[in-house]
Design a protein around this ligand. Sequence first.
Ligand SMILES: *Cc1c(COP(=O)(O)O)cnc(C)c1O
Length: 374
Amino acid sequence: MQIKVPFLDLWSQHLPLMSEFSQAIQEVIESSAFAGGPFVAAFERDFAAYCDIPYSIGVGSGTEALWLSLLACGVGSGDEVITVPSTFMATAEAITYCGARPVFVDVDERTYTMNPDALKNALTSKTKAIIPVHLFGQPADMDPILEFGREHGLHVIEDACQAHGATYKGKRVGTFGDTACFSFYPGKNLGAFGEAGAIVTSSAELDQKLRVFRDHGQERKYFHSVIGWNCRMDGIQAAVLRIKLQQLEAANQLRRTHAVQYDAGLGEFDGVITPAQASYARHVYHIYAIRVRNRDETIQSLTDQGIATGIHYPVPVHLQEAYQSLGYTRYSFPIAERCAAEFVSLPMYPELTHSQIEQVIDAVKEAVAGGVEV
Ligand SMILES: *Cc1c(COP(=O)(O)O)cnc(C)c1O
C-alpha cells in the first residue's frame, strides 16, 4: 500500500528555506567556525531570548544536555534521581552515566507526565534530583514538583527535549528547573541537520560550570580546571537552527491547530482516547498520541489504509532489558505500562494539510470500528 500520509515530512519544512540554509552553511564554511564559535554563540543568544531565560549553552545532543546538567548539579555515584518511566531512554541513561540510580514514579493518567503525588513514595536519603519530562510537548505539573524539590533540597532538571515553546501557567518551559534540557534531533519541534541540543538556566554559576564541562573542563584553551568531556555544538547546526528557530512559533501554532482538528474528529469516538491538554498548559504536540485497546490491529489497518504511525514508546523504561538490574517488574507503574501498550502516534507536523488530517481521522475510525462505516 502506498503511503498517503507520512508520519513526518521534514523535506516539506526545509524546501522553502533552502536558499537561506545554503547561505548560512556557506558562511560557516567560509569562516571555518565548525566546532563551537560565533555561530553557536549567536544561536545561544537567540534561543535564550526565545525561552525567556538569561543563559543557553549549546551542546551536542539532548542526551548530553541531561548528562551535563546532572553533573553540574553535583549528581554522582551513590545518588538517586527520580524520573518517569514514560519517556525516551535518554532521560534514564543520563542518570546512569553520572553514576547515579534512576528511580521511577508513575505518570498522571490524563497528562502522561510525572504524578507529583507519587514523589513522596520514591524519596530516600539518597535522592538528589528530580527530572520531570514534558512528554509529547505537554508540560509536567511544575508547581508541586518544584515545591517538593524545595522542601527536600533537591535539584529539578526539566527534560524539555519534546517541548520547545510549550508554556506552563503562561511561562515557557525551561524556566522552572535549575536547568532545562532541549534536543534538536531532526524530528523534534526544533530540529537540526544532524545532532544537537541545548541547556538553559537562569543561574550564572551553572552557566559557567556547564560551559567549562562541555569543553573538556577548560576555562582557557589547554588549561583544564575539571575533568569534562567534548559536548560542543557544531557551527553548521547552530547556523541552521538560528534560521529554523524563527519558524518555531508558527510551526507550533500549526501543530496546535492540527491537534484541535484531530480532537474534534476523534475526541468523542468510542474506543479512542485523545490526548488532553492540561488546564495549565500550552501543549506543543511534538507527538499526537491516541490510545486504543487493540493497538496491533489498529496500526495494521492504518498501514493498510496508507497512514503511517509510530509508537512512543512500546516499552516503558523500567521494563527495558537494559534496566533489569534495577529490579522493577510488571505492574510497578500501571499507568505508564497501560499507556505503553495503548499509545499510537498519529502523523503530526506543521505542514500537514486539513485534508490529510481528515484522511487520518477517517482511517482511525475505520480501523477502530473494525471496518464499520460511521
Ligand atoms: C529526544 C529526547 C531526548 C534525547 O535527545 P537527543 O538529542 O536525541 O540526544 C531525551 N529525552 C527526551 C524526552 C527526548 O524526546
